[in-house]
Design a protein around this ligand. Structure first.
Ligand code: PLZ
Length: 445
């Protein structure tokens, strides 16, 4: 039995130095000598330990985490069940390589993925290390299964930073600039962005489909790849009907519909998967982040006939489905079920919307409040317009930073503040964080 450390973190935000504190500043100076300048930090506070929704930095500040390490630690930090499962596994064995000698936890994670992802059809999965790797493999499989080259992606999309996924990602700065040439046969079409385009889901889908048919041709398309709620692109929730219409078109034309649920999956939106809100059944689902509660693990889960169309040995990688990450996933899923965290995401949704809608009525720089579950954002605009206000978003993040709250910006125009609290956050903690956010927005209004 592994002994767990005593809790000394508590549940409250508590800032005892200026932020970043002296020890964090010293570490930041040290990193400048050895860490690539290409890797940046949103907040330059160095973390010593964490529990629940609280991060403790090296200066002893207790920081409220409304970002969950970008939608990863939905079950919270240092959850005893996960700590214990991981510790036991580390002591048993850390690696064999599933392609060399297999182990049960990999199979069990694939059983979980088959059961949880939408649709009752036969499914198979392959496991990888990162979201980008999952997306790359989903595209490989779709091309292999269809024998077609083209991949359709959307404006504002984010799918990763590897060579293929850079091509799939929309935004140039900072993800792509100067890193080309990029992979070919990737075609971008307009997204449904109700706040900016005012179109119904059916209209926006027709616009996208029309462009695919005119510029690519259905018979050349291997896959339509979409985030059901776009994450990095600005928490864009497509208008109702957009995803079902796209999905129907792919079925009609033998195109593989890939839902990238890497940010939106595992209860984050108040359903296990964001496509569940509209009853859409993707042919392939990519997962990562929330899957393993902080350990690096990603999955590609799809119709068995697609996944098994690949020749033997065609998929893999040294670390994919690492046993420590796999048992973490099994523990994280148990915690999600036992604590009813999918339902909790819905409760968080109503708290978030009540508070942010009230704030939006009070100030003139919030153009839109949107999202689902515990994936909710405000889009900041120039007063009374829809013109993006990135300076305000920067100011809000800075204010939150100074006051010990992690809130992240996103969006093609850098003007969206997104909230991704751990699903185990308490009502009191969330109220505290939303209070700081409201002060932050007022301070830049
Ligand atoms: N698909 C939908 O959200 C990762 C990226 C942070 P990796 N999002 C956070 C950054 O700036 O690098 C993401 C995602 C969606 C794919 C990915 C890629 O997942 O695990 O970061 O490779």
């Amino acid at each position: 039995m592994v002994s767990l450390r005593e809790s000394s973190v508590g549940t409250e935000r508590q800032v005892i130095t200026e932020l970043p504190g002296p020890k964090s500043r010293a570490l930041q100076a040290r990193r400048a000598h050895v860490v690539s300048a290409g890797v940046t930090n949103g907040f330059t506070i160095y973390i010593d330990r964490a529990e629940g929704a609280i991060l403790v930095d090296v200066d002893g500040n207790h920081i409220l985490d409304l970002g969950s390490g970008i939608a990863v630690t939905g079950i919270g930090h240092a959850v005893p069940e996960l700590v214990e499962a991981v510790s036991r596994q580390v002591a048993a064995f850390t690696h064999t390589c599933f392609m060399v000698t297999p182990y049960e936890s990999y199979v069990e994670v694939c059983e979980e993925l088959a059961a949880l992802t939408p649709g009752s059809h036969a499914k198979a999965s392959a496991l990888f290390n990162s979201g980008a790797e999952a997306v790359e493999n989903a595209v490989k499989i779709a091309r292999h299964a269809t024998g077609r080259p083209a991949v359709i992606v959307f404006d504002h999309a984010y799918h990763g930073r590897t060579n293929l996924t850079m091509a799939l990602t929309a935004k140039n700065m900072p993800y792509k600039d100067g890193f080309g040439p990029f992979a070919g046969e990737v075609y971008r079409v307009p997204m449904s962005y109700p706040f900016l385009d005012g179109l119904t889901g059916a209209e926006a889908a027709q616009r996208a489909i029309h462009q695919i048919e005119l510029q690519v041709g259905a018979r050349n398309v291997a896959a339509v790849l979409i985030e059901p709620i776009q994450g990095e692109g600005g928490f864009i929730v497509p208008a109702d009907g957009f995803l079902p219409a796209l999905s129907a078109w792919t079925t009609q034309h033998g195109v593989v519909f890939i839902a990238d649920e890497i940010q939106s999956g595992f209860g984050r939106t108040g359903e296990w998967f964001a496509v569940d809100h509209e009853g859409v059944i993707p042919d392939i689902v990519t997962t990562a982040k929330g899957l393993a509660g902080g350990m690096p693990l990603a999955g590609v889960t799809g119709r068995a006939e697609l996944m098994n169309s690949v020749h033997e040995g065609g998929l893999g990688g040294t670390y994919g489905g690492n046993p420590v990450a796999a048992v973490a996933a099994l523990a994280a899923l148990r915690v999600m079920r036992e604590r009813n965290l999918v339902q909790r995401a819905r409760e968080l949704e109503s708290i978030l919307f009540d508070s942010l809608n009230a704030l939006a009525r009070d100030v003139n720089i919030i153009g839109d409040v949107r999202g689902r579950g515990a994936m909710v954002a405000i889009e900041l605009v120039e007063p009374g317009t829809k013109t993006p206000n990135a300076a305000a978003a920067k100011g809000v993040v800075q204010y939150c930073n100074d006051h010990g709250v992690i809130a992240l910006a996103c969006g093609t125009y850098g003007n969206v503040i997104r909230l991704l609290p751990p699903l185990i956050i308490t009502d009191e903690q969330l109220a505290d964080g939303l209070g700081v956010l409201a002060e932050a927005v007022r301070s830049v209004s």
